[in-house]
Every structure is written in structure tokens, then in C-alpha cells.
Ligand binder design. Structure first.
Ligand code: PLP
Length: 366
């Protein structure tokens, strides 16, 4: 049996009729940029996330960058981020000239809330909790700390569409949140894409301008902005998929709970806070035989990944920040043991069973 890590082609084939007919409709009108599909997607997306506003962008990284720009975060400022994330969380901070200050993670792979306060000083301006794997960070504690020290909270919800904490949706907690619509995300478009959510009208207005060069209308430029609009065709694809996302996320949860039930005695399975309802963008196990297990599964036709093999402070790009090996023991330890198993809506029960049996087989003959 062959089990790819993701199967984007299969999802496309399931939705091909709907996608191609929208493509045809939009192409005939020639309504490619800032069209009605984008407006509808934005209003449906904010309804889904239970926020007042959303604004479609070229990618999720720009959502983080633009949020930092809105808060005028710049050289001399510091921003707190978890040390285990996709690199985009860190480079957006560096990109506006500020210093990324890393925080170790706890056993749920998210920012360790106990380590936050000792990293706050007069230069600290914002905190970016990342809801890694679609499991919301301990956001109640983070918001309390942000309030106490007057910090802005920018949720990196790139992996967390539909995830909940205390029954509230990802993207509805911080001052602003950024989602990625990249093809590896639970809800994705056919290429790059992103969208921010906020309840703040001024942030909403800023985002609409900054994504469109800084123009306040067709002819008048208010400030130097960027070109980062979500294409109308991509928004239409997002709208089609938004209809299915709850069903897909339930399938992710079902597969995850089956993996956990079957594997909990032989590997470390995901630890979920009781207030959190995750969407399992990734299903990560830990094994001290990780590399051997990865290889064994590969030879069985099962593709796995490591999210992420290098904690942010150990990348060459982070060298100037003067961190060293040993500074973040949890993230460093996890990076040696973590392995992401395939998880997506299109995985069949037989395939899920095959993954479970193969992991068990590895441990039997170890
Ligand atoms: C945690 C996290 N933050 C930010 C991003 C950046 O999103 P994008 O690739 O859409 O720019 C991603 C995904 O790629 C991500 O996983």
C-alpha cells in the first residue's frame, strides 16, 4: 500500500466540477482582482471565525507582517514567539526590523506560558502565539499576560482553521489573527493565499489598503503598501471549501483519536488541553527511535514528515540573535523525537489502519 503524506489531487478530483465551473464563470467575466467572490469569501470567513472582519491576502506570512506594521513594530522592538514554529513566524518579525525573542514550548508543542513573563522587558511590544498543529495555545493565560504588560496579541492561526478553545474559534482571541491558505493547510486554495481576522475596524481598514499598494481609492495613495491580494479565483475556491471544512475537520479528529487510541501505549501521542478542540492539521507522535521508525514506515510505503526538525534559534539565519544549543531544552528534545503521520480527509479507514499496524509492527520487532 502507498500512503502519501498529503493527497491534494484526490481532494481536487472530489471538487473538480464545482471548482472548474467557478473558474469558467469568473474567467468569462474577467473579474480576477478584488472581485465579488473575494468580498463574499471575506464575509463568510469572518462569520465562520466569529469575528467582525476578515481581509484576504496573498499569503499567511503577509498577515503577520501587516499586523506588525499596523502596530508600528520596528527596529528596537521585541516580539515574543514560540521557538518551535514554521520559519515564517520568525522572519516576519525580523522583516519589520524587530527582534524575535524565542520562548520554549511545552508538551503540547505550543508556547510555554510559564516562560513568557521572564522574557518581557521595556522593548517587548507584542506576542505571537502559534496554534501549532491546529491546537490552540493556552490563550487565556497569554491574553492575561498581554493585558498585564500592555502587549499586542497576534494569533498565528496558519494551521488552526476551525480549532476552538473554550468553545471560541481560532482567530477570535487576539487583536488580529492570520490564517494561511497554503496547499498544505486544512482549508487551502490552489496556490498561495492567506486571510486575517479581527474585530477592530481600524485594523480592517488598514489591511484593505496595505494589501493594495496603500491606495485608499483607485487613484489616491495614502502610504507605501504592498501588492498582496487574494485572487478572486482563489477566494472562490476558498468559498467552495469553506462549505466542507467542518466535515473535513471532523474526519481529521476521528483519524487522530483512532491513532491515539491505538498507539498511546507505544509512542507519545498528542497532549491536548481540556479546553482545546484541535483540528489536527498535523498528527505528531514522539519516539526515541524516530529516524528508524521513519525509515521503516517509508519502506512500507508510508510517507511521514518532521514538523519541525530545527528549532528556530538553531537556524543559520538566527545566528545574530546569539542563542545557543541548550537554550530551549523542550523544543530541542522534541525536535529529535517528533514524527508527523499522514492525516487528511481523503485517507481511507484501511489506510489509517495500515499506518497503525505498521507502527505496531516496527515496535514488535524492535
Ligand atoms: C505556523 C505558520 N505560520 C505562518 C505560515 C505562513 O503561511 P504562508 O505560507 O501562507 O505564508 C505557515 C504556513 O506556511 C505556518 O504553518
Amino acid at each position: 500500500m502507498k500512503i502519501p503524506f498529503v493527497n491534494l489531487g484526490k481532494q481536487y478530483l472530489n471538487l473538480k466540477g464545482e471548482i472548474l465551473s467557478k473558474f469558467d464563470e469568473i474567467s468569462k467575466k474577467g473579474e480576477y482582482i478584488l472581485g465579488s467572490e473575494l468580498e463574499k469569501f471575506e464575509s463568510e470567513f469572518s462569520k465562520f471565525c466569529e469575528t467582525k472582519y476578515s481581509v484576504g491576502l496573498g499569503n499567511g506570512s503577509d498577515g503577520l507582517t501587516f499586523s506588525l506594521l499596523y502596530f508600528n513594530i520596528k527596529k528596537g522592538d521585541e516580539v515574543l514567539i514560540p521557538v518551535n514554529s514554521f520559519v515564517a513566524t520568525a522572519w516576519t518579525v525580523a522583516n519589520v526590523g524587530a527582534k524575535p525573542v524565542f520562548i520554549d514550548v511545552s508538551d503540547d508543542y505550543n508556547m510555554d506560558t510559564e516562560s513568557i513573563e521572564k522574557n518581557i522587558n521595556s522593548k517587548t511590544k507584542a506576542i505571537i502565539p502559534v496554534h501549532l498543529t491546529g491546537n490552540i495555545s493556552k490563550i487565556d493565560k497569554i491574553l492575561n499576560i498581554a493585558k498585564k504588560y500592555n502587549l499586542k496579541t497576534i494569533e498565528d492561526s496558519a494551521q488552526a482553521i476551525g480549532a476552538k478553545y473554550n468553545n471560541k474559534k481560532a482567530g477570535s482571541f487576539g487583536n488580529v489573527a492570520s490564517f494561511s491558505l497554503h496547499p498544505l493547510k486544512n482549508l487551502h486554495v490552489s496556490g498561495d493565499g492567506g486571510i486575517i481576522t479581527t474585530n477592530n475596524k481600524n485594523i480592517y481598514r488598514f489591511m484593505k489598503k496595505v494589501r493594495n499598494h496603500g491606495l485608499k481609492n483607485r487613484d489616491e495613495l495614502e502610504f507605501w503598501g504592498y501588492n498582496s491580494r487574494l485572487d478572486n479565483i482563489q477566494a472562490a475556491i476558498g468559498r467552495i471549501k469553506l462549505k466542507y471544512i467542518n466535515r473535513w475537520n471532523n474526519r481529521f479528529r476521528k483519524i487522530a483519536s483512532y491513532y491515539s487510541k491505538e498507539l498511546k501505549d507505544i509512542v507519545t501521542t498528542p497532549i491536548i488541553n481540556e479546553k482545546s478542540t484541535p483540528v489536527f492539521h498535523r498528527y505528531i507522535i514522539q519516539s526515541k527511535y524516530r529516524d528508524k521508525l521513519k525509515n521503516f514506515l517509508f519502506n512500507k510505503g508510508i510517507d511521514t514528515r518532521i514538523n519541525y526538525p530545527i528549532p528556530l534559534h538553531l537556524h543559520k539565519a538566527s545566528k545574530y540573535l546569539n542563542y545557543k544549543k541548550g537554550d530551549f531544552p523542550n523544543a530541542e528534545q522534541q525536535s529529535k523525537n517528533i514524527l508527523s503521520l499522514p492525516i487528511y480527509n481523503e485517507l481511507s479507514d484501511n489506510q489509517v489502519d495500515y499506518v497503525v499496524k505498521s507502527v505496531k509492527e516496527f515496535y514488535k520487532y524492535l
